[in-house]
Design a protein around this ligand. Structure first.
Ligand SMILES: O=C(O)[C@H](O)[C@@H](O)[C@H](O)[C@H](O)COP(=O)(O)O
Length: 248
């Protein structure tokens, strides 16, 4: 693909969590304010614990007064297929930390469905994305997401693209289900094709526990699903010193 960036990407290392989250909030603010053209700034958010400090920071001063909320749309990269008020819901976490705190129009927030058969919920979300995109097939010159925010698990998963799962071989759909091993819930997740329909991909990885998996992914270890992530434009790792390779 023209201009595609592989998972090696660019590494930005910050001394510790607070500086890391502030650096990422500043980067997102700059990108959202710079957005031009007829479509809003489309941001796909990650679940898990790492981004929670980011979402809380975005919803607090000075960021809450500076983001162009009315020109931003928010999507979910993956979620547990549970009711939005369930303790394990990524959307529920985002609702508590960001969506209920910042002046974001409700019409700009696109949660994954939390009811009905999971397969149908995946198709419904895919339909939502493709209706907004305005085409059934993706063209690399016209990415759907401006920024895809991702985390990584210590097994090398990202979003709900887990090692050994059939979803890794789904290169047709934009949203699919996944039943991770030893996980309590079925997941809905963006697939590789959907994630690759992003202008920029940002991995937020912090803490010593992620040091080894980060090194494996940046070495393109094929056993790590995150190794296969690409972006149409930039792919950037926002990390702290504890997670970053020692040569960074
Ligand atoms: O739904 C999820 O949990 C995320 O999408 C998942 O991919 C997460 O980003 C990683 O598991 C890292 O999670 P932590 O940030 O909690 O380590």
């Amino acid at each position: 693909m023209p201009g595609q960036t592989t998972a090696t990407g660019t590494m930005r290392v910050f001394p510790q969590m607070e500086a890391l989250i502030t650096g990422l909030a500043d980067w997102l603010l700059e990108r959202s304010l710079a957005k031009s053209g007829s479509t809003p700034f489309r941001l796909a958010l990650s679940g898990g614990s790492s981004p929670q400090h980011l979402y809380a920071l975005m919803a607090s001063a000075p960021y809450v007064e500076r983001f162009p909320w009315r020109n931003m749309q928010f999507f979910i990269g993956d979620d547990r297929f549970v009711p939005h008020d369930h303790a394990d819901s990524n959307f529920g976490m985002m609702q508590r930390l960001l969506f209920s705190k910042a002046p974001i129009p409700a019409a700009n927030i696109f949660p994954m469905p939390d009811r009905g058969p999971a397969e149908e919920a995946a198709k419904t979300y895919e339909r939502t994305l493709k209706n907004l995109y305005g085409a059934e097939n993706f063209t690399p010159e016209r990415p759907f997401f401006d920024v895809q925010l991702l985390g990584v698990g210590t097994d090398g998963h990202t979003a709900s693209l887990f090692p050994g799962q059939p979803v890794l071989d789904n290169h047709k759909d934009w949203v699919a289900t996944c039943v991770p091993p030893a996980a309590p819930h079925t997941r809905l997740t963006l697939t590789y094709p959907a994630i690759h329909a992003s202008q920029h991909v940002v991995f937020l990885v912090e803490g010593a526990a992620k040091h080894d998996i980060l090194a494996r992914i940046r070495a393109q270890d094929p056993a790590c699903p995150a190794s296969a992530i690409t972006a149409q434009g930039e792919l950037i790792w926002f990390t702290d010193r504890a997670a970053a390779p020692s040569d960074q």
